[in-house]
Design a protein around this ligand. Sequence first.
Ligand SMILES: [Zn+2]
Ligand SMILES: [Zn+2]
Length: 198
Amino acid sequence: MIRIDLHVHTIFSGDATISPKFIVNQLYSHPFIKGVAITDHDTLEGYDRVRKLAATYEDVLIIPGIEVSTQWGHINILGVEEKPRDWLTIERVIDFARERGGVIVIPHPYRGSSMGERMRDIPADAIEVFNPHSTYEQNKMAEKMAKAKNLPGVAGSDAHDPREMWAAYTEVKAEPSVEAVLNAIRKGLTKAKSARQP
Ligand SMILES: [Zn+2]
Ligand SMILES: [Zn+2]
């Protein structure tokens, strides 16, 4: 089993202040969270930096990710080291992820605009059922959606600031490799966790 914060932003997101070096240092010294998915807004630059910096550390797992902006809201793709060219249509983003074997996660489905109910029709692999930036009700609704769609629930801190890191994470029943973790998420071998109420 490995504990992974599946939703972290770096300075390359444009709206975040977390440096790649800080993430690697924090992950290395964290007592039990040993993996992170870098999910910057529409870029993989932050992931590339983190991956390179982490290469010299043992026992830390860096998962490639991207939080893609679509006309309906954000979609997280895990496991793909390439960014889509077309930012606009959600159909294209889904195809892009599918063609490359990525795991599609709907983050914070009920936060922001009215994307929540539309997200019901998206062929996702998992739903983010706990996001510390969402309200209690929004997280509860996300959990309900996951149950209704029979999809695995995952969690991540959605940290944009160093102090927000690791506030939520996912327990994944898998060996610490990107491939194994992605497969385990697809199979639903996940448990969404809040660091505040373990
Ligand atoms: Zn988002
Ligand atoms: Zn985010």
